[in-house]
Write a protein that binds this ligand. Structure first.
Ligand code: MN3
Length: 200
């Protein structure tokens, strides 16, 4: 089945002022669409056509297939990225089991917040900051370009896009400010908890 661009799970104005309509229009309608279009081109006639996105991400990385890593990887990342945000999200509203794991595996919410923002800030060039499950435990990670934790033996449960197209319209070069707004005001913790339940 060909890759498809899903609609945003909210209105284009829903995440303002933390993420503007203009950013979402470019990011979703242009950038994500391009990953879908180019991912389909790269998959056409390949042995991975019809496999799950998770399988394609892992196999593409093992095969060092840059077109698939970048485009199908980014399709997977963005599918979840839209759902990792919501109006009125962010802060310490973590569902119970996840809050417990953040305490035991990451040293508590405040340390998670600092480490996640630091991962995104120190990712040189384009990439992602992640909260992932590896070996049954939570881990803060960062990856370059279109890569994701699936390609590094882990299951992503939260990711923040730190490509400039995700923040330059709203924050210019202030990537740390964007990461703070993402963590404090945008994270959809219910969706993160759903992915956590599936990953452990
Ligand atoms: Mn992006």
């Amino acid at each position: 089945m060909a890759l498809e661009l899903p609609s945003l799970p909210y209105d284009y104005d829903a995440l303002a002022p933390y993420m503007s309509r203009e950013t979402l229009e470019f990011h979703h309608d242009k950038h994500h669409q391009a990953y879908v279009t180019n991912g389909n081109k790269a998959l056409e006639g390949s042995a991975l056509e019809g496999k799950s996105l998770e399988e394609i991400c892992k196999a593409a990385y093992a095969d060092k297939n840059a077109a698939l890593i970048n485009n199908v990887g980014q399709h997977y990342n963005h599918l979840h990225f839209w759902n990792w945000m919501k109006k009125g999200g962010g802060g310490t509203k973590l569902p119970g089991a996840l809050a417990k794991a953040v305490d035991s595996d990451l040293g508590g919410y405040d340390k998670f917040r600092a480490d996640f923002i630091n991962a995104g800030t120190t990712q040189f060039g384009s990439g992602w900051a992640w909260l992932a499950v590896k070996g049954g435990k939570l881990e803060v990670m960062k990856t370059a370009n279109g890569e994701n934790p699936l390609m590094h033996g882990a299951s992503p449960i939260l990711g923040c896009d730190v490509w400039e197209h995700s923040y330059y319209i709203d924050y210019r070069n202030a990537r740390p400010k964007y990461l703070e707004a993402f963590v404090d005001s945008l994270i959809n913790w219910d969706y993160v908890a759903e992915m956590y339940e599936k990953a452990v």
